[in-house]
Design a protein around this ligand. Structure first.
Ligand code: M6R
Length: 599
C-alpha cells in the first residue's frame, strides 16, 4: 500500500524523506518519489522499483539549511507502476502525494481537461494538484483553495501538497487513509502514514482524525475543525511502535478500522468488485473450490465456505493443511485451490500448496506478506494489506482475510451470474460499512475489562454460534486459549446437545454469539438449553437476553457480516483483558511462535 512522508526542517531533506520511506517499505510498493522545496524552487525525483533506485537517482542531490519536502511509495492502483504514474504529481507550480483512492477522479479529470489541462499520468491523484491550482485562481488565499479542492474529492485520502506560492508550507488532509503528524523541540515537523518513520525523530505525534484538513509551516500548525491532539512518542522503537497501547495485540485490534480501508481500496468500487490480481481467464474451468490453511487462517477459510456457497453457488470444502497433506486427497483440475496464510511461511500450508500445484490445480494465495514463500509459489495471490502483525494472536490479519474472502465470493458471484445485480449492490453497500463497524468502541472495551474478572476460573469455556458465527466461535476460543491458557472450545450451537451439554454446570462458561440477522431464535433455544442446566452464560448480541448472566450489547445491524465483525472485536478484547488480568505476556504467549515454519 502507498506510504507518505513529509518534512520541514534544517537537516538534509532528501535523506529525511528517503529514510522515512524506508520505514514504510513493509507496506509494499512498486515505485517511489520525492519533491524537495527550498528557496521557492522545487526539485522532484521518481524511480520505479525499490528505494535503492531512487537513492541512486538522487545521489548527487542534497540540501543545506531550511526546507520542505514530501515523499511517497506507490503501490499501483490506477495505472501501471511507471515513473509517470509515480508520485509526487505536479501541476504548474505545485506537487502532491496521496494515499487512497479518489473515486470521482474521472468526473474531475473530464472537467479539468475541458478547461485545457493536460494530464501526464493515468492516476487518480493527479487531479488533486490541478484542481488545487484551478481553485487557487478563484480563491483569495491558498488554504481556501486547498480546502475547496479537498471538499470536491470523494473517496479515501491522505494528501500532502507543496507549492512554490507558499515556500515554507505543507498542506495536508486525511479521510479514510492513515496519517500522523509529528514534531520535536528542534522545530522539525514530520508526516507519515504510520509511526515507524517518526520513531527517534518526533517527540510528540498526533494521529489525525478523519476529516482533518490544515497546513503547517515552521512557525505554525493550523487545522480546520478539531484541534490536533499531540501525545508523546516514546523514543525506543518497541514502546513507540505500540503507539501508547499496552500490547501490540491491543494496537492491532484498534488498527482494524484503518487497515480494513486499505484492504478494500481499489477492490470494493462504487458498484463493483475488482481484483487486479485475477481475471475471468483465471476462473475458466473452475467448478469447485478447496480452501486450505492453519489456525486462525483456517477459521477465515471456514467462514468463507458459507459465503462462497451462499453467494457464488460454488461447492467448497475446507481443509486443515496438516491433515490435508497426509490424507491422500483426491484432487480434480476443475478445483481452485486457495491457501490462506498471514505469514506466507506456514510449513503445512506451503506443503499443501506444493501438492496442489503438483496435481496441476490452479492456485491462489490470500496472504499478508508480499514475497513470502506462499505468495511466490501460488499462481496468483491477493494481499490482505493488514500491515505488520506483531502480536502472536492474530487479529487484524484475520479480519482482513475474512474481508478479502467475502469480496472474492462476491467477485465469483458476479462472474458466475449467481446473484442478481440488486443483491450484489446490496452486499457492496454493506461491505463499505465494515470499517465503521471496526471503529474504536471504548464502551465495549470497558465492559470486557469489567467482565474479565468474572471469567478467570471455572472448568472451561464454550464459544457457540451458528452458520458463520460457528467459525467465529472457533476463533474466539482460539484467541482465549492462546493468550489466557484457559481451556476453551468453539462449537456449533446446535451441536451442544449431542454431547458437550453433559459438561454444563455453573462453572462452565458459555460465550453465546447471538446475532439478530441470522438464526437468532435457533441459537436462543440452544442457549436456553444450556441455561436450564445452570451453565454461566455471557451473551454477545444486539438484543438483551433475560436468561444470560452477563451480556455485551452490540449494535443492531442489517447484515450478518456487520454483526460478525463487531462480535469479532468483542472476542478479541475479551480474550486480551482476561489474559492481562492473569498477568500473561499477551504478545508473546508461551509455547507459540508467530510464524510456524515446522510441520
Ligand atoms: O501465518 P499463518 O496464517 O499461516 O499462521 C497460521 C497459524 O499458525 C496462526 O493463524 C495461529 O493460529 C495464530 N497464532 C492464531 O492467532
Amino acid at each position: 500500500m502507498c506510504g507518505i512522508v513529509g518534512y520541514i526542517g534544517e537537516r538534509d531533506i532528501k535523506n529525511r524523506l528517503i529514510e522515512g520511506l524506508r520505514e514504510l517499505e513493509y507496506r509494499g510498493y512498486d515505485s517511489a518519489g520525492i519533491a524537495v522545496m527550498q528557496d521557492g524552487r522545487i526539485e522532484s525525483f521518481k524511480a520505479v522499483g525499490k528505494l535503492l533506485n531512487l537513492e541512486e537517482k538522487t545521489k548527487n542531490f542534497s540540501t543545506d539549511g531550511h526546507g520542505v519536502g514530501i515523499g511517497h511509495t506507490r503501490w499501483a492502483t490506477h495505472g501501471k507502476p511507471t515513473e509517470l504514474n509515480a508520485h509526487p504529481h505536479m501541476g504548474e507550480y505545485s506537487y502532491v502525494v496521496h494515499n487512497g483512492i479518489i473515486e470521482n477522479y474521472r468526473e474531475i479529470k473530464g472537467m479539468l481537461e475541458k478547461e485545457g489541462i493536460t494530464f501526464l499520468s493515468q492516476t487518480d491523484t493527479e487531479v488533486i494538484v490541478h484542481l488545487f491550482e484551478k481553485e487557487a485562481e478563484r480563491e483569495d488565499d491558498l488554504f481556501s483553495a486547498f480546502k475547496a479542492t479537498i471538499e470536491l474529492l470523494d473517496g479515501a485520502y491522505a494528501v500532502l501538497l507543496v507549492t512554490k506560492k507558499a515556500p515554507d508550507t505543507i498542506f495536508f488532509a486525511r479521510k479514510g487513509s492513515p496519517m500522523i503528524i509529528g514534531r520535536n523541540s528542534r522545530g522539525e515537523i514530520f508526516f507519515a502514514s504510520s509511526d515507524a518513520p517518526l520513531i527517534g525523530e518526533a517527540e510528540e505525534v498526533s494521529y489525525m482524525k478523519d476529516g482533518t484538513v490544515g497546513f503547517v509551516t515552521s512557525e505554525t500548525i493550523h487545522t480546520e475543525g478539531d484541534e490536533l491532539q499531540f501525545v508523546p512518542l516514546a523514543g525506543d522503537k518497541m514502546t513507540a511502535q505500540k503507539g501508547g497501547y499496552r500490547f501490540f495485540m491491543e494496537k492491532e485490534i484498534y488498527e482494524q478500522y484503518d487497515v480494513m480501508s486499505d484492504t478494500m481500496i481499489g477492490r470494493v468500487l462504487d458498484r463493483d468488485i475488482h481484483f487486479e490480481e485475477i481475471d475471468e481467464e483465471f476462473l475458466k474451468g473452475i467448478s469447485r473450490i478447496k480452501l486450505c490453511a492453519c489456525g486462525t487462517s483456517y477459521h477465515a477459510a471456514l467462514t468463507s465456505s458459507y459465503l462462497f456457497e451462499r453467494l457464488s453457488k460454488i461447492p467448497v470444502n475446507v481443509e486443515i493443511a496438516s491433515e490435508f497433506r497426509y490424507k491422500e486427497p483426491l484432487l480434480t483440475d476443475d478445483t481452485l485451490f486457495i491457501v490462506i496464510s498471514q505469514s506466507g511461511e506456514t510449513a503445512d500450508t506451503l506443503e499443501a500448496l506444493k501438492m496442489a500445484k503438483e496435481a496441476g490445480l490452479k492456485t491462489l494465495a490470500i496472504c499478508n506478506v508480499d514475497n513470502s514463500s506462499i505468495v511466490r509459489l501460488a499462481d496468483a495471490s491477493i494481499l490482505t494489506r493488514a500491515g505488520i502483525e506483531k502480536g502472536v494472536a492474530s487479529t487484524k490479519a484475520f479480519a482482513t482475510q475474512v474481508m478479502v474472502l467475502w469480496m472474492l465470493s462476491l467477485y465469483f458471484a458476479k462472474k458466475r451470474g449467481s446473484l442478481s445485480e440488486e443483491r450484489i449492490q446490496e452486499e457492496i453497500k454493506y461491505m463499505n460499512y465494515v470499517p465503521k463497524v471496526l471503529q474504536k468502541s471504548l464502551e465495549v472495551h470497558e465492559k470486557c475489562k469489567r467482565l474479565s474478572k468474572r471469567y478467570l476460573h471455572g472448568h472451561g469455556f464454550f464459544f457457540i454460534g451458528r452458520d458463520i458465527f460457528f467459525p467465529l466461535a472457533l476463533e474466539g476460543a482460539l484467541k482465549l486459549k492462546e493468550i489466557s491458557y484457559l481451556h476453551a472450545e468453539g462449537y456449533p450451537a446446535g451441536e451442544m446437545k449431542h454431547g458437550p451439554i453433559a459438561l454444563a454446570d455453573a462453572e462452565l462458561f458459555t460465550i453465546a454469539l447471538m446475532p439478530k440477522t441470522l438464526l437468532y431464535d435457533k441459537t436462543k433455544s440452544n442457549v436456553e438449553e444450556l441455561s436450564a442446566r445452570d451453565s454461566t452464560i455471557l451473551s454477545i448480541s444486539p438484543e438483551m437476553f433475560d436468561l444470560a448472566d452477563d451480556f455485551i450489547l452490540t449494535h443492531p445491524h442489517n447484515h450478518p457480516m456487520l454483526e460478525f465483525f463487531e462480535m469479532m472485536i468483542v472476542e478479541q478484547l475479551l480474550a486480551m483483558e482476561i489474559a492481562i488480568r492473569l498477568g500473561n505476556d499477551v504478545d508473546m504467549p508461551r509455547n507459540l511462535a508467530k510464524s510456524v515454519t515446522v510441520e
